[in-house]
Each structure stands twice: as C-alpha cells, then as structure tokens.
Design a protein around this ligand. Structure first.
Ligand SMILES: [Zn+2]
Length: 104
C-alpha cells in the first residue's frame, strides 16, 4: 500500500498593526501573519505540525518572527480597541395566528 504524505503551508493574514519598525525605524503598518504547516495524507490536510507568527513591515518589507504569546497579545489589543459591545437586541417573535374553525 502506497502512502502519500507531506506537508502543506498556509498563510493567514491576521491583522494590520502600526508598529515601530526595527528595520527602517518608521511607525509603519505591519502585517501580522500566521504561518501554519499542516501534515497531509493523500493531499488531505490532517493536523497542524507547526505554527509560526511573524510581522512584516509594509514600509521596508523586513520580516520579524514573534512568539505566539506576543502575537496573541497584539491581537488581544486590537480586539480591545476595535470590538464594539454587542447589545442584545430584543427579538420580536411573531405570534402564531389562531385558526378559527369554521362553524356551519
Ligand atoms: Zn520597516
């Protein structure tokens, strides 16, 4: 039986952050990206084998890897800033109409 397995890479852009770049020194927009490598069997991705986070400066293009904890911290900061409180709107439930039996 022939087993075909390998890995597949996924790149997710999580957010755009304004950070002070270590490469060019500008407070430039940085793309926060998550790179996931998944184990595949018969070209079907099964489970992630490695996840790395990195930021890329849109000004000079320099990339920095960062630990997962730091990436999550940055994402939490964005969430705290951008998340609007979702008020629970009262839902109006349509009343079922009663059917009057015809009396003859
Ligand atoms: Zn830069």
């Amino acid at each position: 039986m022939l087993l075909i397995f390998g890995t597949r890479r996924y790149l997710h852009q999580l957010a755009m952050l304004t950070l002070l770049c270590a490469g060019c020194g500008n407070p430039a927009a940085h793309a926060l990206r998550k790179r996931v490598v998944k184990f595949t069997l018969f070209f079907v991705p099964l489970f992630p084998v490695s996840t790395t986070y990195s930021t890329q400066c849109t000004f000079c293009g320099v990339q920095h890897k960062l630990p997962k904890e730091q990436a999550e911290q940055l994402l939490a900061q964005i969430g705290a800033q951008g998340a609007a409180p979702q008020g629970s709107a009262p839902q109006t439930v349509p009343q079922p109409q009663e059917q009057n039996p015809q009396q003859g």
